[in-house]
Design a binder for this molecule. Structure first.
Ligand SMILES: Cc1ncc(COP(=O)(O)O)c(C=O)c1O
Length: 376
């Protein structure tokens, strides 16, 4: 069976987890959490990075930092994971879904301005497949209308837009280190805080509403409850696993990029003949090979392809069911403008197996099976 995803493992995970256990410090914010966040701050030129228990809770923190009031509106794509929306629906905001671009499957920056109302507070973008949204335009719209920008960069770790790391361009960026992501800690994530003014409150929200982080730094002589909050910090055991990934981040990235390019080259002819469409990487975007997808002619062809691959022991998957047509989407939001591409394009998309360590032999089996399906 060729799995769709295999969680990344570089070899040093058990050693570092053992070190964390031996250090007698296995709760959050120990040496491995520090190593991981400092590494990301340096590598991505990020002002402040805080590890979280998931990409979902990183988005929750970003939402809390925006201080939304019930009825405030948040603009986001409908083609995204439920966590992108929950972070705002959880706190009473109304969701305003905007259509995507068919080339990158990212929010269509040209449709955002028409969705802005007097209640709009935040624009949330999601960098699908680690390919950047058109951030210059989006940031200009946000600044013009006085809106905050959150980047859901769950899939965008190690990718960039015009030289800037994804997650560092908006006011807040959110990473995921779920086992399906390029770098993992089982369950985990990080919030990137790009405006210094939000750092203090972020540290408090993350530590159950207390100023414990300042206490640990010796900035206050006792810690106390000062604000709302939650427990958003992961254990050292998870951070130790992540450190084994980050120290080899380039190796993982290069390995994934190699596999991605092999797929792209292998299907170039099918694409030239108009049988499938391949991912597009716009000028100025450096992607991270988070996923490789094909677009079939329509839903029925996609269903047949997934079944054909399954019969050959190859797992390929689709996503997302657009949020605006899902039960919770209907309850918490509305679609602004026309759904020209969101539903139609998501119906056609199929993701092929891609993970760190995918062997050439297994990848060849996938390539051959897809070609066989198309009679190529
Ligand atoms: C776009 C997007 N946003 C948010 C998340 C949530 O991340 P996590 O699974 O770490 O909570 C994911 C990943 O599953 C995702 O793909």
């Amino acid at each position: 069976m060729i799995c769709f995803n295999v969680p990344p493992c570089t070899g040093n995970e058990m050693k570092y987890i053992g070190e964390a256990v031996a250090s007698r410090k296995i709760c959050g914010d120990g040496q491995f959490t520090k190593r991981c966040s400092e590494w990301m701050e340096k590598r991505f030129d990020a002002h402040k990075v805080l590890l979280t228990t998931s990409g979902t809770t990183a988005l929750d923190m970003a939402s809390l930092l925006c201080e939304l009031q019930p009825g405030d509106e948040v603009i986001l794509p409908s083609f995204t994971f439920s966590s992108t929306a929950n972070a705002f629906a959880n706190y009473g905001a109304r969701l305003v879904f905007v259509d995507i671009r068919p080339d990158t499957m990212n929010i269509d920056e040209t449709k955002i301005e028409a969705a802005i109302t007097s209640r709009t507070k935040v624009i949330v973008v999601m960098h699908y497949a680690g390919v950047a949204c058109e951030m210059d335009t989006i940031m200009a719209i946000a600044r013009k209308h006085g809106l905050l920008v959150i980047e859901d960069a769950a899939q965008g770790v190690m990718a960039s837009y015009k030289g800037k790391a994804l997650g560092t361009i908006g006011d807040f960026g959110c990473f995921s280190f779920h086992e399906t992501k390029n770098y993992s800690m089982g369950e985990g994530g990080a919030i990137l805080i790009n405006s210094p003014a939000y750092v203090d409150r972020a540290e408090i929200l993350r530590e159950k509403g207390t100023n414990r982080t300042r206490f640990y730094r010796g900035q206050v002589d006792k810690y106390t409850w000062v604000d709302i909050g939650d427990s958003f910090l992961p254990s050292e055991l998870n951070a130790a696993y992540l450190w084994a990934q980050l120290e080899l981040a380039d190796e993982i990235n290069n390995d994934r990029l190699r596999s991605w390019q092999r797929y792209k080259d292998a299907f170039a002819e099918l694409a030239a003949r108009g049988r499938v469409e391949l991912p597009v990487i716009p000028e100025g975007c450096v992607h991270n090979a988070h996923m490789f997808y094909l677009k079939c002619r329509d839903l029925s062809e996609r269903t047949a392809l997934i079944q054909f691959l399954k019969e050959r022991d190859i797992l390929a998957v689709f996503h997302y069911v657009p949020l605006h047509s899902a039960p919770a989407g209907l309850r918490f939001g509305r679609f602004a403008g026309e759904d020209r591409y969101t539903t139609a394009e998501s119906d056609r998309l199929v993701r092929l197996p891609l993970y760190y360590g995918l062997t050439k032999e297994d990848q060849d089996r996938v390539i051959t099976a897809v070609r066989d399906f198309y009679g190529a």
